[in-house]
Design a protein around this ligand. Structure first.
Ligand code: GLN
Length: 552
């Protein structure tokens, strides 16, 4: 008999933002821990074909896969927990699904049938899940359905899941990740919203097999019984998910409640034996905990970005991979770096504030970005780091600003800029990539940047070569339209800047740095190292930054 496809659907109840992505990633990891090949998928409800055209304050970080797909930040969590490279087939949006169905209809591929929302949209969703499973050759696929049950937007995804479960060649189970509020005036954890969510799921034809009860505290027996009774799940299948001390501890919280065994049993699978990697993860967690117990030794790393504010709230979601990369490197070095959010716009008019902010730091990161807000402030902050031996890591836009700063203040190219901001600058040291010019002119913005993993070669005897362990060649993920203008490379190099990594043909500058004889750690990457940092394999550039901060 052919092996059945095992599919775990994860849906959200009550409200968003309760950690459904981390829950999904943790479940996927736990099953992988037992020796199975696991893949994870995300289905997002919005019409956007990918996450690339959305403002990060709306949607959080755009996570770029190796194949160049611009996806949701949850994909980053899956990759970090599973330590695998996912593909574009693992990610879909309503826009992507409809686009395919409409194109197929236009090509007469439905053979004259009336093409309808149901079943054709769910069938396309199912086809995509099948494809992702086949490509990953996975034993188990964990599929996270974006949004919250009861909302209009994800109803077709639930319908797809329901239809898929009926197939003879599929073993599926459903996990509802719900939220249990503890109203301060009442002082008691309330289960009613979760009961409502479970029933709403019922009305979509789906009965939850498991309920993950997210709350700021653990579930007590009484609430567990209540949820089991009114949501019609076995009591042992109600899993308590209180806030954990680290997102990487969530698998442990689940494992202690035998969640993995219960899921495997539900899917008619063997329990398996915990792998070596699972034990390495436990060790990483122990290191993280002992690091966090240390006081006063943690480096303070500033991030000068701009995508934080939404109304009265500050969100760090836009830089989640950068934050995680810092944590990974910190854990490996036995510290828990403190991240300080800096609003570079203020520095444009307030030098004192900038000096005060930067003096209090052990290192600075200028992350990726677009547009002009806060840009002169960033350039000023980079100049401060260069002149005062403050460890600095520039990422993508941050690397481009490192080059602009160096051009203006050291190479004597006054007023140098990127043409992204100043099309008429006398010294366009950062300019549009040749193949990008046409795309911009045609307003062809979606998914058209230089995206995904590209190889680069390292220049020997440089900081970069040292950090990467003299590997010679590296492969990193990109997302940009602009580059270091080849016309200025000579001038920049004779002024002392080193381009320590380039594309294999030598035309594209991938890393810029100062030699360590001039500065302890001053480096910028045209790519996004944060996308490749994983808990058990921290990224060399972040390792370098954290080490430099500790030496300072
Ligand atoms: N805006 C810059 C570019 O398009 C940098 C992009 C980024 O930081 N991801 O090249």
């Amino acid at each position: 008999m052919k092996k059945k496809n095992k599919v775990i659907f994860v849906v959200g109840g009550v409200m968003s933002g309760v950690g459904k992505g981390v829950t999904t990633a943790s479940i996927a990891k736990l099953i992988q821990d037992r020796g199975y090949v696991v893949t994870a998928l995300k289905i997002d409800p919005y019409i956007n074909v990918d996450a690339g055209t959305m403002n990060p304050t709306e949607h959080g970080e755009v996570f770029v896969l190796a194949d160049g797909d611009e996806t949701d930040q949850d994909m980053g969590n899956y990759e970090r927990y599973l330590d695998v490279d996912l593909r574009r087939e693992n990610y879909m949006t309503t826009g992507r699904v409809y686009k395919t169905v409409i194109e197929r209809e236009r090509n007469l591929e439905y053979g004259g049938k009336c093409v309808e929302v149901v079943p054709h949209i769910p069938l396309e969703i199912i086809g995509r899940i099948d494809r992702a499973i086949a490509l990953a050759r996975s034993d188990v696929a964990v599929v996270e359905i974006g949004g919250t049950v009861g909302e209009y937007q994800n109803i077709l995804f639930l319908e797809a899941a329901r239809m898929m479960r009926r197939r003879n060649d599929v073993d599926a189970c459903f996990i509802l990740v719900s939220y249990l509020p503890v109203p301060s005036k009442v002082g008691e954890m309330k289960t009613k919203p979760t009961q409502t969510a479970a029933r709403t799921l019922n009305s979509a034809g789906i009965q939850a097999d498991f309920i993950v009860a997210r709350a700021d505290r653990a579930l007590d027996e009484k609430r567990k019984e209540k949820i089991a009774m009114f949501c019609d799940v076995a009591e042992e299948n109600v899993i308590s998910a209180p806030d954990a001390d680290s997102i990487y501890a969530v698998p442990e919280v689940f494992e202690k409640q035998h969640f993995t065994d219960l899921i495997l049993k539900r899917l008619n699978m063997e329990s398996g034996v915990r792998t070596v990697r699972a034990k390495e993860w436990d060790k990483m967690l122990r290191n993280l905990r002992s690091a966090s117990e240390k006081v006063n030794k943690h480096p303070r790393i500033g991030i000068a970005g701009k995508y934080f504010a939404t109304g009265d709230y500050v969100l760090s979601d836009s830089y989640i991979s950068v934050i995680e990369a810092i944590k990974h490197a910190g854990t490996a070095r036995g510290v828990l770096p403190e991240i300080v959010w800096l609003d570079s716009e203020i520095y444009e008019t307030d030098n004192e504030r900038m000096f005060a902010d930067l003096r209090a730091l052990d290192g600075l990161i200028v992350p990726g970005g677009f547009g002009m807000r806060g840009i002169e402030g960033k350039i000023k902050a980079i100049a401060y780091c260069r002149e005062n031996n403050v460890p600095f890591l520039g990422i993508c836009y941050g690397m481009q600003m490192l080059v602009v700063e160096y051009a203006r203040h050291v190479a004597g190219l006054k007023g140098a800029h990127t043409t992204e901001i100043d099309a008429n600058t006398q010294y366009p040291v950062i300019d549009i990539l040749p193949e990008q010019r046409k795309k911009l002119a045609q307003r062809d913005f979606g998914g058209t940047m230089r995206l995904g993993a590209y190889e680069a070669k390292l220049l020997p005897d440089t900081l970069a070569a040292k950090l990467y362990g003299n590997r010679g060649k590296i492969k990193e993920r990109h997302r940009h339209r602009y580059e270091v203008n080849p016309q200025y490379i000579k001038e920049m190099t004779s002024a002392g800047l080193v381009f320590s990594a380039t594309s294999p043909d030598g035309t594209l500058m991938e890393i810029a740095e100062l030699p360590q004889s001039k500065h302890p750690f001053f480096i910028g990457a045209q790519f996004h190292p944060e996308f490749l940092s994983r808990p058990l394999s921290p990224h060399p550039l972040f390792m370098g930054l954290v080490s430099a901060c500790l030496k300072k």
